[in-house]
Write a protein that binds this ligand. Sequence first.
Ligand SMILES: Nc1nc2c(ncn2[C@@H]2O[C@H](COP(=O)(O)OP(=O)(O)OP(=O)(O)O)[C@@H](O)[C@H]2O)c(=O)[nH]1
Length: 289
Amino acid sequence: MGFFDKLKKINIFASFGSELTDDFYDELEESLILADTGMDVTLELVEALRRRVREERIKTMEEARSAMVQIIAEAMNTGGAALDLSTTPSVVLFIGVNGVGKTTTIGKIGHQLRKEGKKVLFCAADTFRAAAAEQLTIWSDRAGVDIIKQHEGADPAAVVFDAMSAAKARKSDVVLVDTAGRLHNKQNLMNELNKISRVIDRELPGCARETLLVLDATTGQNGLIQAKQFQEAAGITGIVLTKLDGTAKGGIAIAIAKELGVPVKYAGVGESVDDLKPFNAADFAQALI
Ligand SMILES: Nc1nc2c(ncn2[C@@H]2O[C@H](COP(=O)(O)OP(=O)(O)OP(=O)(O)O)[C@@H](O)[C@H]2O)c(=O)[nH]1
């Protein structure tokens, strides 16, 4: 079973006859929009398909389907899925609004990196909610990973400072930082993330860093708006798209990669530890269409 088998498919290629008629293109357009690919990106994709069908004299539905898969994969190819972990330690910040799956994602990635033999450290810089640190602690126990945390309401930058010191002292390979996403406005968010960023720069100058925005795929086009705001506030290096299991809104992944020019680096399709994988655009497109 492929990783994306839990994705709801756009069935248009299977349900339409064998003729590539105008009706077919109209229905394809409608299906992509319903899957939350967004109007602009949908029109571009369908136009690209029409062009390719013309240029390559494509006649069958099966050929059109593989052309569409290629077009989507190309549109999403905005950089590799691999994390930059080139320094020891390196730091990966996870940002995103409440409930999108940040803590779960850190647990899963921590588990996987640990299995690859890396020395991982969790940093519970989401201090708004005691439950967030507790939840991360459960994952850290499960994965056999150390965790740095403080009391509820502590300054997140202070927790990050502790984690950077611990990472140096314990010779960690990678620090995964859980941040709170529930700041009321962009200015607050920016201030807090800047403060965290300054601490990392000061404590680990020149370290490899990633800022991953975690997005819930089921929020659809709203996720795109969130992504744009976080992009402006924080400058993100990649997206983790969670809850792709069972949603009919998988097209949002295309819209995000294309409109933000930021790669989707991981996809989540469930709550267990193996339900998160490095994102592969070709596999995703193949499963969606
Ligand atoms: N179906 C499904 N559920 C997921 C996935 N990823 C996370 N979840 C669930 O989403 C819920 C929220 O996840 P959390 O990790 O607590 O989210 P968070 O962003 O850390 O939330 P806060 O700590 O409140 O900021 C949990 O019930 C997770 O099990 C996924 O890929 N698929």
